[in-house]
Design a protein around this ligand. Structure first.
Ligand SMILES: [Zn+2]
Length: 475
């Protein structure tokens, strides 16, 4: 760690003060722990990039160069003050202002950071904004996002799925699935909700970075106090920031104690702060997250866009097949003219015009969906029925269409459940669900969906897809 100079000076000052005041000031800066991580820094970058692209599609990004340039300069200054042993050369930092009201900022693995306008509005000084950014940068440097994923023993958490989940989670959109709502894992909570231990580590490293970048590190404590205050005045809902960054307790206290062990570098030039505040004033009014969620729900949420237009004719399944891979969990053969759409815990594969917007709703009328869900029981019938019950909550007219039968799926015991449901295109649709257990007891499902009137054209394809499923999870 190349902190020797600052540490040495801090120690000398602390010793002098300790002798002079007999006060408990004999701290060196806290050593920071890098948690266990199954991913490589390059994978952090890949994940963060994909999620950032999703954020940029859905968030009101501020392009004004006075604001964007200011934030970039501030971010670069903090990165330059980051400990070199944590600052991986592969990281690709970016600092993007967004025109959102809520006091929030978030950083994605590998470097992309987004700062809400609300953060600037609430901050009394550049140091306070820099404080929150230094905290976020610390999550990147300590790789807390992928460390969270490393802790979770979930077979679905493979790279592609994680990126999709992270994008969806950050954006907070609706899942957009007509039927599989019951199977959502809430991965967002897992990825961006840091533990109290990670929070404290990010605070302490953030404070060290702030001091080296030339800011009074106590500014971070001031900003947290503002966030707390806003949280109380907004009636308990609280700023979004607090929901992903829980207060470890005694924040002001340990930040001030850490600050006392540090020497602040030459003060940063913070004259740009006033100018940037007036640049914000020339922007269109800030949107709220609620505005965004409404817009996002109308577009099918964080999920993939559309495959054509529902209601338009759906071409028959091709006689050619392609193999798709589901996050190290399964492979299956699907008609070559179908398109795979990946979301947090499921993959849909749909023909043209089989998934998209119809009269303001996202509809899934034709195709297959593979997914996993927590099992409520070790008994397959019981677990299947519980999962179907959850699905039915979002699809109240879903009905059994015959008896469940025992089948084989990838050489394992499985259950096939035939169902009917009103089709979003009118008439009834046929839904067949196949369920089996993965090695860790997670429920795996494959469902096929088609309107009654098109069923004859799709039956063979659905059978072939189900027969082709190969569960490939490590056992
Ligand atoms: Zn945090």
């Amino acid at each position: 760690m190349d902190r020797t100079t600052a540490t040495g000076a801090a120690r000398a000052v602390s010793l002098l003060l300790a002798v002079a005041l007999s006060a408990p000031m004999l701290w060196a800066q806290t050593a920071i722990k890098l948690p266990k991580n199954r991913y490589t820094p390059a994978q952090d970058v890949e994940l963060g990039k994909e999620a950032a692209a999703e954020v940029k599609r859905q968030y009101p990004i501020i392009a004004d160069e006075r604001i964007a340039g200011y934030l970039r300069t501030l971010g670069d200054r903090l990165v330059a003050a980051a400990p070199s042993d944590l600052n991986q050369p592969v990281y690709e930092y970016s600092f993007t202002p967004v025109n959102l009201k809520e006091i929030n900022a978030f950083a994605l693995p590998g470097g992309p950071m987004f700062v809400h306008r609300g953060m600037f509005d609430a901050a009394a000084s550049e140091g306070e904004v820099a404080g929150v950014m230094a905290h976020e940068l610390s999550h990147v440097l300590l790789r807390h996002g992928t460390a969270n994923v490393s802790k979770a023993q979930n077979p679905w958490l493979q790279l592609g799925q994680v990126a999709g989940a992270l994008g969806g989670a950050v954006v907070g959109g609706a899942a957009g699935s007509a039927i599989a709502q019951g199977s959502q894992f809430g991965l967002g909570t897992l990825l961006l909700k840091y533990s109290r231990d990670f929070e404290k580590q990010a605070d302490l490293l953030g404070v060290q970075i702030l001091a080296r970048a030339g800011y009074d590190p106590r500014a971070l404590a001031r900003m947290f106090e503002t966030i707390e205050r806003e949280s109380r005045s907004s009636g308990g809902g609280g700023p979004q920031w607090l929901s992903s960054h829980p207060d470890p307790g005694n924040r002001t206290q340990y930040i001030e104690r850490e600050a006392a062990s540090l020497t602040v570098s030459n003060p940063a030039d913070d004259r740009g702060f006033t100018a940037v505040k007036s640049a914000f004033a020339s922007q269109p009014p800030a949107k709220s997250m609620a505005d965004l969620a409404r817009a996002s729900a109308g577009e099918g949420g964080g999920g993939p866009a559309t495959v054509g237009t529902p209601g338009q004719p759906v071409p028959p399944p091709s006689a050619q097949y392609q193999t798709i891979n589901g996050g190290g969990v399964f492979q299956a053969d699907v008609p070559a003219n179908w398109t795979a759409l990946r979301s947090a815990s499921a993959i849909k594969v749909v023909p043209q015009n089989g998934y998209g917007q119809l009269e303001g709703r996202t509809v899934f009328s034709h195709g297959v969906e593979f997914g996993i869900s927590r099992a409520s029981s070790r008994d397959l019938r019981t677990a299947t029925d519980a999962w179907l019950g959850a699905v039915a909550q979002n699809n109240p007219e879903l009905r059994a269409a015959g008896t469940q039968t025992a089948v084989r799926l990838s050489q394992r015991s499985a259950i096939r459940t035939p169902l009917v449901n009103p089709s979003p295109l009118g008439g009834q649709e046929r839904v067949d669900v196949y369920t089996t257990f993965l090695a860790d007891g997670t429920l795996f499902y494959c469902l096929t969906i088609v309107p009654e009137r098109d069923a004859a054209a799709f039956d063979d394809a659905f059978q072939r897809v189900a027969q082709s499923i190969r569960l490939t999870e490590a056992r």
